[in-house]
Design a protein around this ligand. Sequence first.
Ligand SMILES: Cc1cc2nc3c(=O)[nH]c(=O)nc-3n(C[C@H](O)[C@H](O)[C@H](O)COP(=O)(O)OP(=O)(O)OC[C@H]3O[C@@H](n4cnc5c(N)ncnc54)[C@H](O)[C@@H]3O)c2cc1C
Length: 479
Amino acid sequence: MTGHRDVVIVGAGISGLTVAYYLRRAGVSLTVLDPGDAPGGTMQTLTDGGWMVETGPNSALETTPLFGEMFDGLGITGERLYAEPAADRRYILRDGVLHPLPMSPGAFVRSSLWSVAGKLRLMKEPFVGRATEEETVAQFVRRRLGEEFLDYAINPFVAGVYAGDPAALSVRAAFPKLYALEERYGGLIRGMVRGAGERRKRAEKAKDRARMFSFREGMQTFPMALGRSLGDELRLKCTVTSVERKTRPAGTPEFLVRYRREGDPGSLGAAAVVLAVPAYIAGNFVRPFSESLAAALEGIFYPPVAEVFLGFPASAMGRPLDGFGYLIPAREERKILGTIWSSALFPGRAPAGHVALTTFVGGARQPLVAGLGDNALTEIVASEIRSLMAVHGDPVYAKIIRWEKAIPQYNLGHLALVEEIGGLERRVPGLYLCGNYRGGIAVGDCLASGERLARRIAGEMRNSPFGSPARTAGDGRDQ
Ligand SMILES: Cc1cc2nc3c(=O)[nH]c(=O)nc-3n(C[C@H](O)[C@H](O)[C@H](O)COP(=O)(O)OP(=O)(O)OC[C@H]3O[C@@H](n4cnc5c(N)ncnc54)[C@H](O)[C@@H]3O)c2cc1C
């Protein structure tokens, strides 16, 4: 069935839902299509006999005021839970021992995580010059902070955020705020001091200051509420198969989005289309407009990640769960990336008298480990946890979530690809791309880019005499 609306949004992950939320507030008519049974994409919550398992993010950082604005608008502010204050404490493994990451200058000086030589190396940082070409995270950190900080601070941090490899990620693309400290202020230490004042003015929070939250019923509360707010305009179990562009008699473009709903074909017409799907899927829809961009989008590396959720009796723990959990540097040569002490962060994650531990395996560091069978993975994780946390006995509950393509890697050259996306949007008025491969992978980043895109689309629609985006129309093809 063909109908007409201003915008069709392809994908109901948090990016597409945010665009939809803000477009609706701007009075734009829209429909969102997604193959899933529920909205949220990677952000789903499973509950099973008192255990609460997050399939994607276990929590998010309140880095933007958009969170509060959206939660109020959706009526879910009362459902939000802030993490226990102890969640600020994170551990890093060194020589088989979990060391707390120091949170104050005094704790830094006393910390046993880095050697005296490693700490003294930081004093050189303000005197290191700017880079002359695009660098990887590893090159940038080695140059500014030294090898030891790369190995025992940044490497595990990159595993925790991107499941990524610092030697492949572009510092400018993957950590733009870190890069900007050098670019704008000439150094990290200088920039951190001055940047704090500027953020205060913009009501933004640095990631290390922002509060961590989830919801009483888990992270999926958020996309579910967004889905409810869309009513019938969210159509689930609909897999989009193609996006075509036609020219209406008035001369403005009209898109036709074809999809299959449980095997039955359907189509929707719209003045604009937002592709809010992962890059490797967006590539296919972009191909009729740009073969080269399609290939580049499909070439973004998404390493596999397995999430191994294990439940133990609380009495089996050999140490207090007094923090967020721990991250493991590659140099430690373990088979896991790190563990979140899920039940220590928020209540209701494990049955009474039990604890829940979520361990991540694979990533760019060890992609093959993520592909092992369920029993092997459970064995590996249980054995690592036993040795790192002095846990005794076997888990009483296990659930494994697998992401064959988990998180887009902003590797060297990523920014050129992002520019190419902008170029396509200028050549094909009415076609927009968004998602975690473009403006940052954290949930807060997806909100910020989704809201920005919605504002842009609404503005372009207002300025168009035909109700479709008013930009310079080209023929939309590459060649
Ligand atoms: C294991 C894991 C842990 C994470 N942990 C954190 C964390 O702790 N904190 C944090 O801030 N972030 C975390 N993230 C990152 C964050 O969750 C994601 O970046 C974000 O949720 C991505 O949202 P998205 O909408 O861009 O993409 P997605 O969630 O991937 O949504 C894309 C949507 O497109 C749909 N789609 C696919 N094909 C089609 C089609 N043909 N037609 C229509 N729709 C289609 C999919 O069904 C999906 O709903 C984590 C991610 C993963 C994978």
